[in-house]
Design a protein around this ligand. Structure first.
Ligand code: SAM
Length: 212
């Protein structure tokens, strides 16, 4: 196990993360309370890059829905992650070209989570951009059974030792199936499930730690 000095990377408190997520317009804290599993995962991860699938907090679902509206925030959670000062670099991946912007906070890569080859190319690009390795991967993209499984299959092996993968918004109805399939492909790992069903049936977050 690689030992990272305790003072090498700043610790993340749930309050600080929630404030940043609210500030930039992500609903991860205000709607889901995800500042708790996320800050835990960020603190146990080694130093390195963060890659998040799903760039925009958007009420439109594709370019065919028209221009980006005033309630849509591109890169909100990525900007919050960058401001933590915890990651060497922050990368967002999305299938919607409207969200692949240049920003001082993060780099954008195009990906379609339903297309394994596109995921492979995306993770190779993310690796090439991250000389210290990839410490955290978050799946906050399409949120379906197939997209989650594809993303874990391709992205998990790219995590550095001790790195953490986070799968957000797992629905209660499909939780058992997704969980057993995800854990079969993300092996060996340690994992935990965080649930707050008071806020809806899909308020489940899976945190998977990579052992080797
Ligand atoms: C819940 S939003 C992400 C919110 C953002 N992480 C935040 O909190 O600020 C979901 C995102 O997933 C993207 N997405 C949906 N389907 C996708 C797919 N098949 N491949 C890649 N990204 C996808 C959408 O374009 C959208 O930007």
């Amino acid at each position: 196990m690689e030992l990272v000095p305790a003072n090498a990377v700043p610790r993340v408190t749930p309050d600080r993360l929630a404030n940043l997520l609210d500030f930039y317009g992500s609903n991860k804290a205000s709607k889901h309370d995800y500042q708790f599993p996320l800050s835990f995962a960020f603190n146990v991860a080694p130093a390195g890059a963060l890659v998040e699938f799903g760039i925009a907090a958007s009420s439109t679902h594709g370019p065919e829905d028209g221009p980006i509206g005033p309630d849509e925030y591109i890169g909100a959670s990525l900007r919050a992650a960058a401001d933590l000062g915890r990651f060497t670099n922050v990368i967002g991946a999305d299938h919607d070209p409207r969200f692949l912007i240049r920003s001082e906070h993060f780099t954008s890569i195009r990906v379609d989570q339903y297309d394994i080859e596109s995921l492979r190319v995306c993770m190779q690009q993310a690796d090439a951009m991250s000389p210290s390795g990839i410490a955290v991967v978050i799946d906050d993209g399409a949120h379906t059974h197939d997209s989650i499984l594809n993303t874990v299959v391709v992205a998990f092996p790219h995590l550095k030792k001790g790195g953490v993968m986070i799968v957000e918004d797992l629905d209660r109805s499909t939780l058992q199936t997704v969980l057993s399939e995800v854990l079969r492909v993300a092996n060996p790992c340690k994992w935990g499930l965080w649930s707050n069903l008071d806020q809806g049936p899909n308020n489940n977050v899976l945190v998977i730690g990579k052992i080797d």
